[in-house]
Design a protein around this ligand. Structure first.
Ligand code: FAD
Length: 276
């Protein structure tokens, strides 16, 4: 690993200013993706700006409907760790599927350090959170704007974030029901295929798939089927095209296509009625 300077920011403004002033600088959240990348020599930032001491950046709160917001939302700060999300009573009461998802990321050490914001900014093709963010139609709030989930995930490790743009929080509309199921890659625990299925407060169905391609995506075939009949059996009848899905040493595209159908069925089975 190359030498680098570490600074601790005490506000969002200070963090953004420091990273903005140096094209080689990176934000440091839990370090669970960035530090391994640096150890492998795939990234060599000269400056890391640690976000851990910025007050309020890990807060979790339910915000009720208001003039600017049609439905209640669950707001989770970017620096909330996976362990905190998994154990939060507020998250469990609003969107239990999100607690389940966070509780099954990696191992206990990864969950103690890894954060929501870091996972989204990194946009690993097999990461779990992007599926929840996309299926729930969440909004990613940054230091300068609000980005709809549909516009956020662009491609392999690529997002709509501009250079030096900091995720501050994510707002999840509280759904009527939602479920998460993943077939974990046995060594890393990342999703070989993961599916998050949700029926929103308005009745609209959204289904997002991770691990199956170079970037998280919505399955419109599953959404249509579940819009007609919300059941695991309905998922099993949907033909999932293998073309365009990832084939690698862990699984063929055909196997992943089959997993999409099976995981979607399990996600629907696990979806309880949420406390909207
Ligand atoms: C062994 C292992 C197993 C794992 N298993 C899983 C798994 O099962 N499922 C899963 O989803 N993930 C898994 N992960 C990844 C884990 O969830 C990471 O925590 C996550 O991908 C990155 O979060 P972080 O807070 O550690 O970010 P960091 O590593 O600190 O940062 C990652 C990137 O995001 C940028 N960044 C960080 N925070 C922000 C912000 N607020 N705004 C803008 N940019 C920011 C950084 O500059 C960096 O480029 C695993 C990781 C390991 C090491």
């Amino acid at each position: 690993m190359n030498e680098f300077e570490l600074r601790r920011a005490d506000s969002v403004e200070a963090a953004v200013r420091q990273v903005g002033a140096n094209p080689d600088a990176r934000f440091l959240a839990g370090g669970q993706s960035l530090l391994p990348t640096m150890k492998l020599g795939l990234a060599s930032p000269s400056l890391l700006v640690d976000l851990a001491r910025i007050p309020g950046l890990a807060d979790i709160e339910r915000l009720d409907a208001a003039a600017a917001r049609a439905t209640p939302v669950l707001q989770i700060g970017a620096m909330a760790t996976h362990a905190v999300v998994a154990s939060s009573h507020t998250v469990r009461a609003c969107i239990p599927a999100l607690s389940d998802l966070a509780d099954r990321i990696g191992d206990p050490a990864v969950r103690e350090r890894g954060t929501l914001g870091g996972s989204l900014a990194n946009n690993d093709p097999a990461a779990c959170y992007p599926a929840a963010v996309l299926a729930l139609g969440a909004t990613i709030c940054t230091d300068r704007r609000a980005i709809a989930a549909d516009d956020f995930f662009i491609g392999l490790y690529e997002t709509a974030l501009e250079a030096g743009e900091l995720i501050t929080a994510v707002e999840f509309p509280i759904p009527e029901r939602a479920g998460w199921a993943k077939f974990a890659q046995p060594a890393s625990r990342f999703s070989l295929v993961g599916v998050f299925a949700c029926r929103g407060a308005s009745g609209a169905v959204r289904v997002a798939v991770t691990g199956a391609s170079t970037c998280v995506f919505r399955s419109h075939a599953l959404e249509s089927a579940l819009g007609v009949e919300w059941s695991a059996a309905s998922c099993r009848r949907v033909p999932i095209e293998a073309a365009g899905l990832t084939s690698d040493m862990h699984a063929s595209a055909d196997y992943r296509a089959q997993l999409v159908r099976v995981m979607a069925g399990r996600a629907v089975e696990r979806a309880g009625v949420d406390a909207a």
